[in-house]
Design a protein around this ligand. Structure first.
Ligand SMILES: [Mn+2]
Length: 340
């Protein structure tokens, strides 16, 4: 990336006043890491204060631990008076994605993201934000923020390095998934600066009884189609647990697609994962969700949702199952329960 492009980030910022940072609903470690990194850069280099506006609760145990241990504070969605701020910066997502709603009444100054999504797919020109950096060649948005910090000669402190490291680490599964040379460089550098005890505590957080119950429900629901593991649950404790279920079954020996779904907060959440080398999860999930909902994704992982306002849980499960089986050419396969 040429240095002049990064200079545009500085040009996009106001000279004073507060800023808001926004990421997707139920942020993951990469979204949180990118927020912490960007906030640090804004303060150290530009003397600007920024606050995270959080959409959706953080409930996955690892993400809760990361937020607590790194003391990541946030304003609730709806708790923001636009008059107090000069603009919004969006990370690890893009305005227009269905799970991302920047607070209204304020200009969007910057978008930094590594996801493919509806806008790329429609082949539209990206909207003209003052700083618009969307590049799927990065395995994590935290890497992009780290690269931006390096351009401005800002070295992260321990807390910031730990947050960014978690972002790179979880989004790339320790550099094993969709990582490029940029992610590798950031991973190595940040690891040396990060707090290992905090990383360990984020990695192995205490789990609730409900968590184990959820996993047992997932075990009994998982249907094995051979190349596809389908786990379409009813109510789940959090949207993140759907992603966790999809990730978990992907560890079954052999190579498969793992599709999981669960109802939470008025939406049916769906996660698709694959462990085949060149699989592209986003177009696959796009097909499976069809016109019923929306999705986004990156490399071998994708996530989306269908509103439960217009369709019943049963209708959604039936449609998702039918289209997944159709897409993967498994219409003639009689599924077995993974755990009979
Ligand atoms: Mn990400």
């Amino acid at each position: 990336m040429n240095p002049e492009f990064f200079d545009r980030f500085a040009e996009a910022l106001p000279s004073s006043g507060g800023l808001l940072l926004c990421t997707h609903r139920h942020p993951d470690p990469d979204g949180l890491g990118a927020v912490v990194g960007l906030s640090y850069l804004l303060e150290k280099k530009f003397g600007l204060q920024s606050e995270l506006v959080l959409e959706g609760r953080i409930r996955r145990a690892e993400n809760v631990a990361m937020r607590q241990l790194l003391e990541i504070t946030a304003l609730p969605k709806g708790g923001v008076d636009p008059a107090d701020y000069n603009g919004v910066l969006v990370v690890d997502s893009q305005p227009g994605f269905s799970h991302t709603h920047p607070p209204g009444g304020l200009p969007i100054l910057a978008v930094i993201d590594h996801h493919e999504g509806p806008r790329c797919e429609e082949g539209k020109e990206p909207p003209d934000y003052p700083f618009h950096w969307v590049n799927a060649d990065y395995g994590a948005t935290s890497t992009m923020v780290h690269v931006l910090m390096q351009h401005y000669d800002v070295e992260p402190d321990v807390r910031t390095a730990t947050a960014l490291f978690c972002g790179v680490r979880y989004d790339t599964n320790n550099l094993l998934r969709g990582a490029t040379e940029f992610d590798e460089r950031s991973f190595m550098e940040l690891e040396g600066l990060a707090d290992r005890r905090i990383i360990g505590a984020i990695d192995q957080p205490p789990l609730s009884r409900r968590y184990f119950q959820q996993m047992q429900e997932a075990m009994s629901a998982c249907q094995d189609y051979g190349t596809l593991l389908l786990t379409l649950l009813g109510e789940v404790q959090s949207p993140e647990s759907v992603a966790e279920v999809a990730d978990w079954f992907l560890r079954l020996e052999g190579q498969q697609w793992s599709l999981a779904g669960g109802a939470c907060d008025g939406r049916y959440q769906i996660s698709l994962r694959c462990d085949m080398p060149d699989a592209d999860a986003y177009p696959a999930l796009r097909y499976i969700i069809g016109k019923d909902g929306s999705c986004g994704g990156h490399g071998r992982m994708a996530g989306g949702q269908i509103s439960l306002a217009d369709l019943s849980l049963e209708e959604i499960r039936e449609r998702v199952c039918r289209r997944a089986v159709e897409l993967f050419g498994l219409a003639d396969v009689e599924p077995k329960f993974l755990v009979p």
